[in-house]
Each structure stands twice: as C-alpha cells, then as structure tokens.
Design a protein around this ligand. Structure first.
Ligand code: GAL
Length: 392
C-alpha cells in the first residue's frame, strides 16, 4: 500500500488473513474497570469511545469494553437485562460501531459476577444470543462465583469446562466474538487457553496503579512466554496509566512517567492485549502520547505474535528480547532499581551477534551501528526500548 500527498509518500505492506482464527494480533482497546469500576454507565462509555475515535483510532485502537456493572436481573424468559445506567444497549453498540470501533462486554460463568450482578450460569446460550443481537464483538469472561459451582479442588477439566461451554455458545451465533478469559492464571491457563477457544487469558490477579503491583506482575511473565501466538495471547491485566480509580472518584495514576514507559514497553514486548484503563475523556497529552507511539505499538502488534523472553537478570537490571516478523528483534533494558544507572550489556550475553544496528523506539531515532556491546543511561524504574538488526 502506498500513500502520497504534498509532503511526500509512505508505503507499508499489508497482510490479509482469512479463516476461523480471529484476533490475530493482541486487542488494542479500552475497558471501564480500572477507571469506573461498578459506577460505569452509558455516558461514561460513550465519552471514552468518542476520544478513542478522535485521538487514538488512527493508531490502531479499536475496542471499547464494558466491564462488570452493566447487568440487571433476568426477565420472565430468562434473558439478561441491562440496568438503568444502560438504558439502550443496542443503541450504545450502534453508537460505538458508527465511530468505526468495536464493543465488548463482561460476564462470569457462575451465578453472580465479582460485583454481585447476575452472571451466565445455565444461561450461556441465551446470553451469547443476546450479546450477538446487541452487536457485541468481545466477551471478557471471569470466574468469580463459579467457585461455588466447581468442585472444591478443581481438576484441569473443571477449570476448562465453563470456558468450553461459553465458547461453544458464542460460536452458535453468526458473529466473530473475541473471547477473553479472566480466571487469574489458575491451572496454568496459558497451557490450555487456546484449546478452549480463548483469544487471551489473564495470567495474574488484578493489577493496581503502583510500582510494586506493576513490577511484580510484569516481570514474572516469562513462565507463559512459549504459549503466545497469533489469535492467542497472555494477558497480564489492563493498563494503569492516566486517570484511574475503580469507582466514581478518579485520581492520576500513582506510577511515575518512567514507570509508565516501562509499563507500555513491557506489555508491548509481552504481546499483551493493551486495554486502556483510564477515563479517556480526561486524558492529558502525556497519556495520549504514551498510547500513540506507532513504533512502540508495532512491537505489541507484531504479526509473529511471540512474547519476549527474559534473557538477562543481573542486580537490578533485566533485559527482555522479542523476535519480530521482519527478522529484527525488540529489546527492553529495564532498571528495576531505585537509582538511575548506566547498563552496559554485551551482545553475547543475550545471544545476539557481534554487530547490531540499533534504534531507540520511544524516541524513534537511529543510534548507529554497535559492535559487541551497548551502554545507555536509564532512570530508576525506567526502560530503554530498542529495535536491533543484525549487520553482517
Ligand atoms: C475481577 C477481574 C477484574 C474485573 C472485576 C469485575 O475478577 O479480575 O478485571 O473484571 O472482576 O468485578
């Protein structure tokens, strides 16, 4: 594809893949939970959708996902009804689709969701039909009260069962619906999430907006790396940048700017779904810039769908390396320590060849050709995100 205007021209290769496997690259979207929690409403969803359309859609962002808090009771026929904060679910879905975006919803396999609302147990087919009628494109499916349905020490089959049931129910409708498993990694879900038809699966408990939570979740993802592939991704939970709050009152994320660069860099190296957790209608320029660096997003969206491996851990430093589709590699050098420092790494330590052409991805700047080693200053809790190409 070539585009031209008076400022010049640019070209990009597009690959079109058809078939049963959907969601070939990790979802780029927004989810209501980390900002609004159970206080989510139709207006709040529309406000973030509008900003995604205006400011982020051109960078590939496309899903607007409603988390827990939309449900009411079932009617006489057993159909799930939205509560009064969502007066017209089909209308909301039409609004989101008219912006060129997609819409997601949330439920649980037990009788109740984690927020205490009606969930899908024994209503799976009915709910899947309702979602399809509303035009839903994505379902996040939790665990919550399913522990009262499953036996006390669930076997692997018990863990898989509710997800099989719902995937099959979704498949009965003529609609592509992304299926996002949210059972916090139980039974090593990364080993079987794809088998039950999951497009992504949470590998951890809930994240919160502080360095302890971010770093303990983000840097412990090596275990699941072999299982990431197109259409099936590990999910270390949603983003905690911008204004978050898990309820009606929001606050600025407690992460420092450098911790936020680490967050987006690491999640991109992990091929994680990127689900923005802040109120987009209150987002500042820093947050929007963080979410619209195309070279960073391209690492997350790389067609190979591989997850980075932790190749080096030394003192407070970690180096993660991700193979990319064009034969280059993305590298994150992370300073987990409390002080700024300079890390020199030898290419042989992370199994790279002698001569490398190196690009700084956040700054979108070529740094030159380096032989044997590279050294860069990195702030406390910060990152250098590089793209490297072998020079023969
Ligand atoms: C949790 C889940 C959160 C959110 C919440 C809703 O189990 O991990 O991401 O969906 O339920 O009640």
């Amino acid at each position: 594809m070539i585009a031209k205007n008076q400022k010049g021209s640019g070209s990009k290769n597009f690959t079109i893949v058809c078939g049963e496997n959907i969601g070939l690259t990790p979802v780029l979207g927004w989810n209501s939970w980390n900002c609004w929690g159970l206080s989510v409403s139709d207006e709040k969803v529309k406000a973030s959708a509008k900003v995604m359309f205006e400011k982020l859609a051109d960078h590939g962002w496309s899903y607007i996902n409603i988390d827990d808090g939309w449900e009411d009771k079932r009617n006489g026929e057993g159909e799930i009804l939205p509560n009064k904060k969502f007066p017209d679910m089909k209308g909301l879905s039409d609004y989101v689709h008219a912006l060129g975006l997609k819409i997601g919803i949330y439920s649980s396999p037990g009788t109740l969701t984690c927020g205490g609302y009606a969930a899908s147990y024994q209503h799976e087919e009915q709910d899947a039909r309702t979602y399809a009628q509303w035009g839903i494109d994505y379902l996040k499916y939790d665990w919550c009260s399913y522990s009262q349905v499953a036996p006390p020490n669930p076997s692997l089959e018990d863990y898989k069962k509710p997800y099989f049931v719902m995937r099959q129910a979704l498949n009965k409708n003529n609609r592509d619906i992304i299926f996002s498993l949210c059972q916090y990694g139980m039974g090593d879900v990364w080993k079987w999430g794809a088998e039950v038809g999951g497009n992504s699966w949470r590998t951890t408990g809930d994240i919160s907006d502080n360095w302890g939570s971010l770093s303990s979740i983000g840097f412990s993802q090596d275990k699941s790396s072999a299982f990431s592939k197109p259409g099936h991704f590990n999910d270390p939970d949603m983003l905690i940048v911008g204004k978050v709050g898990w309820g009606p009152g929001l606050h600025d994320t407690r992460l420092t700017p450098d911790e936020q660069y680490t967050h987006i860099s690491l999640w991109s190296l992990l091929s994680a779904p990127l689900l923005i957790g802040c109120d987009l209608s209150q987002s500042d320029d820093f947050t929007l810039n963080l979410l619209s660096n195309d070279e960073v997003l391209a690492i997350d969206q790389d067609a190979l769908g591989k997850q980075a491996r932790k190749m080096l851990e030394k003192d407070n430093w970690q180096i993660w390396v991700k193979d990319l589709d064009d034969g280059t590699k993305a590298i994150g050098i992370f300073n987990l320590g409390d002080k700024a420092g300079r890390e020199t790494f030898h290419f042989s330590e992370i199994q790279l060849p002698e001569h490398l052409k190196i690009r700084d991805v956040w700054r979108q700047k070529d740094l030159g050709i380096f032989s044997s080693s590279f050294s860069g200053p990195i702030p406390s809790h910060g990152v250098l995100l590089l793209k490297v190409k072998t020079v023969l």
